[in-house]
Design a protein around this ligand. Structure first.
Ligand SMILES: *Cc1c(COP(=O)(O)O)cnc(C)c1O
Length: 467
């Protein structure tokens, strides 16, 4: 047995590493600074020391030259990682799921993209009133448009819809009761739970009814002087079917009138400014017509804009929210406002086809077929290692919007002479232009609903490169 202290003796010093030729080479070949490289050396030596002290050094080198070699191996790895191209990169969505949270949820309209670039690369009147020549408010940028499009008295925007829910509960229901149906105590992807957000906001959750049925008298019996809000939450990512009963927002509004309290707030989840004529995603203006006090929804679900939480409703209440300290914490950046304003402009001018989310959800089958042909035309039967077959399938809307709705589509099932489907799926993912395809029961499927004509040459190149 070799004593631990003998191992430790072999630890190289930082000076020793720095005077090594390999250190100088790394400095010359990479753009990593001397200071950063030295920090890394220190970290790596500390790490070996820690491992030795914790007596699991059998996996680590224990003579000096081996240790030095090991440190340089690590430095090389770390500098390569450092030099790699940007980590956040464009991917091609071949899943057909239009709102896909894992890959950025939605694509912005061209107008939104160019407006972001114009505002981000320059100074702007973000909080400056050009008429008065004095400080203005960023709420103004989107408020007029949101009022126009939804019919609400006032509007504001925060970081995302989760933030909107939190802000509303915290502002109006801190240490007061919020009544909500047990059927609407939902959890959505990424571990957002209504019950948890309520706890965080210090509101007292008062659940009523049952999972499948909640009646007006359930709400009515729950109202007392501590009640601040009757809350409705849209069942975004699931559907209750069968023996069910739920109370509409309008009924809650009427109930609240009878008691001259509490507030009625609806978390719409996705919300929509366009009537898709399918699914049961409410059009926001219809919800406002019920006389509801506050409504919140996401900017980047069916709306097809940037990540944002949109709050609309009664002016007096929105003003109170605008003045809350938390609003400063949850405020959105100029790039978000630029993208949102441009997207809302598309709605106002009824340029629905310019909004990728709406266009993709509504894309006719013949257009999808055309795109498939554009792709397969690049491959002829003789030199081809790919086998393509067109199949009927269904696309999902995704993002917790329109659960259960299947939009008929055509997919291209792809097979390769030498590769199995898992390998194909991962090669498509891991190239320089990543393509995210569907993998279903050993079949790789490309759904061209979310593949644009501009994507097609890129996909062709990726396929040609896979041997
Ligand atoms: C998606 C969703 C949220 C969260 O919205 P984000 O914009 O993702 O923060 C909140 N509530 C409901 C009902 C949702 O569907």
């Amino acid at each position: 047995m070799i004593e631990l202290k003998n191992y430790l003796q072999h630890l190289p010093s930082i000076d020793l590493i720095q005077s090594d030729e390999r250190f100088r080479l790394l400095l010359a070949e990479t753009s990593v600074s001397n200071k950063r490289l030295t920090n890394w050396v220190q970290e790596e030596i500390n790490c070996i020391r820690q491992k030795m002290l914790s007596k699991c050094c059998n996996k680590y080198p224990y003579n000096k030259s081996e240790m030095i070699k090991y440190v340089f191996k690590r430095l090389k790895m770390r500098s390569e990682l450092y030099l790699k191209p940007l980590k956040l990169k464009r991917v091609i969505n071949a899943t057909g799921t239009v709102i896909h949270t894992n890959i950025g949820r939605t694509r912005l309209s061209n107008d939104a993209v160019s407006q972001v670039a114009a505002v981000a690369g320059n100074y702007s009147n973000l909080e400056y009133d050009l008429n008065k020549g004095e400080r203005g408010t960023r709420h103004k940028i989107t408020e007029v448009l949101l009022k126009e499009l939804t019919g609400s008295e006032a509007a504001m925007v925060v970081n995302n819809n989760a933030a909107a829910v939190f802000l509303i509960l915290r502002t109006f229901a801190k240490q007061k009761e919020v009544v909500i149906s047990r059927g609407e105590l939902i959890e959505i992807g990424g571990a957002f739970r209504i019950s948890s957000i309520m706890e965080e906001s210090d509101a007292i959750l008062k659940e009523v009814g049952t999972t499948n049925r909640t009646h007006l008298y359930d709400y009515e019996q729950a109202i007392n002087k501590e009640t601040a809000i009757l809350m409705k939450v849209h069942q975004s990512n699931f559907k209750t079917i069968g023996f069910t009963h739920a109370i509409s927002t309008k009924q809650l509004v009427n109930l609240a009138k009878k008691y001259h309290q509490p507030l009625i707030y609806e978390d719409l989840g996705s919300g929509s400014l366009y009537d898709f004529k399918m699914g049961n995603e409410p059009v926001v203006s219809k919800v406002i017509e019920t006389g509801v006090d506050l409504v919140s929804f996401s900017g980047d679900k069916l709306i097809g804009g940037p990540q944002a939480g949109i709050i609309i409703g009664k002016k007096e209440l929105i003003n109170k929210l605008k003045r809350h300290q938390l609003t400063r914490v949850l405020r959105v950046d100029k790039m978000t406002l630029a993208a949102l304003e441009a997207t809302l402009g598309n709605y106002l001018r009824e340029e629905f086809n310019n909004i990728p989310t709406i266009r993709d959800i509504s894309l006719p089958i013949c257009e999808i077929e055309k795109r498939i042909m554009m792709f397969t035309d690049h491959f002829n039967n003789n030199d081809n290692k790919w086998i393509f077959k067109i199949e009927n399938s269904a696309s999902q809307v995704g993002g917790g919007a329109m659960p259960g709705i299947e939009i008929p589509t055509l997919v291209l099932a792809v097979k390769h002479l030498n590769l199995d489907s898992h390998t194909i799926h991962s090669r498509l993912r891991q190239g320089t232009s990543p393509i995210i395809a569907r993998l279903k029961k050993n079949h790789v499927l490309l759904d061209f609903r979310t593949i644009t004509t501009e994507d097609i040459p890129i996909i062709v190149e990726v396929f040609k490169k896979i041997e």
